[in-house]
Structure formats: structure tokens, C-alpha cells
Write a protein of this length. Sequence first.
Length: 71
Amino acid sequence: MTTISVRLNEQEAKIFEEYAKLNGVALSTLFKKTLEEKMELDFDLKAIQEYENEKSDETYSHEDLKKTLGL
């Protein structure tokens, strides 16, 4: 297991510790979960941006789509 140190001033430490207590988790767990959620959000946003940059502006009518799908 790796140990990583994070320097916090007194106010930051107090706020983070209180928030961890409020959520019933250890401070290290709070930091790990929060960072993981942030990373997931960033990955999702990047995937969305890539999709939007690649997507076609081509549109289809309902009738054309039904014909394509054999409906």
C-alpha cells in the first residue's frame, strides 16, 4: 500500500474532518471517493466532447428511419 501526504491548513483540515464525520467515513476514504468521482466525471465529459466533435449533423425523417429498420 502506498501512502500519500496532503498538506492542509488548519481550516481545511477542520472542514474536511467535519465533512468526513458527517458522512461517517474516514478522511482518507473521503479523499479517495471524492477523487474517484471527479475522475469519473472528467472521463465522462471527455467522452461526451469526443462524441460531439465526431457526430454527424445528418438527420433522418421518421419515415426514412422506419424504412431503414424495416418497420
